[in-house]
Design a protein around this ligand. Structure first.
Ligand code: IDP
Length: 154
């Protein structure tokens, strides 16, 4: 197996309020990815700024922070082969209008500012490490052998 890695994913407040937490988890589980960390929290403003630091200068930044702090979110860490790219493919384009049907955003979202789920960007090399460390301590994450790994990986 090559490139088994951990990637950061977060169910956003819109999806939490709409009862889509289980759906997002099921999509990732069904693909074969392994859940190694998860919690429910309401982000404070400081954490939201840190999480979206790359967007500080964007015109939508204040609305984004207001939204992401507006209700519970579910930060998670998922593990698997090429997990970052696999998850980005599964969530679809940032704008749901551009997201293919069959992706999470393409199936469950309509609006750019309410697009259900966040996932670390596979084109940003340090994204996973940075985002995981914002939301989790090392001992919040577990390591285990999945019983199905023989059937998921060659
Ligand atoms: P990503 O979530 O697909 O990685 P990013 O470009 O990192 O996309 O943007 C972070 C979030 O900011 C997006 O998921 C979306 O909710 C919001 N966003 C991005 N671009 C815009 C915009 O032009 N207007 C309003 N909100 C935006």
């Amino acid at each position: 197996m090559t490139d088994r890695e951990r990637t950061f994913v977060m169910v956003k407040p819109d999806a939490f309020a709409r009862g889509l937490v289980g759906t997002v988890i099921s999509r990732l589980e069904d693909r074969g990815l392994k859940l190694v960390g998860m919690k429910v929290e309401v982000l404070d403003e400081e954490t939201a700024h840190e999480h979206y630091a790359e967007h500080t200068d964007k015109p939508f930044f204040d609305d984004l922070v207001d939204f992401i702090t507006s209700g519970p979110v579910v930060p998670m860490v998922w593990e698997g082969e090429d997990a970052t790219r696999q998850v980005r493919q599964m969530i679809g384009a940032t704008d749901p209008l551009e997201a293919d049907a069959g992706t999470i955003r393409g199936d469950y979202a309509l609006d750019l500012g309410r697009n259900v789920v966040h996932a670390a960007d596979h084109e940003d090399e340090g994204a996973n490490e940075r985002e995981i460390s914002i939301h989790f301590d090392d001992d919040d994450l577990v390591s285990y052998e999945g019983h199905d790994e023989t059937w998921l990986y060659e």
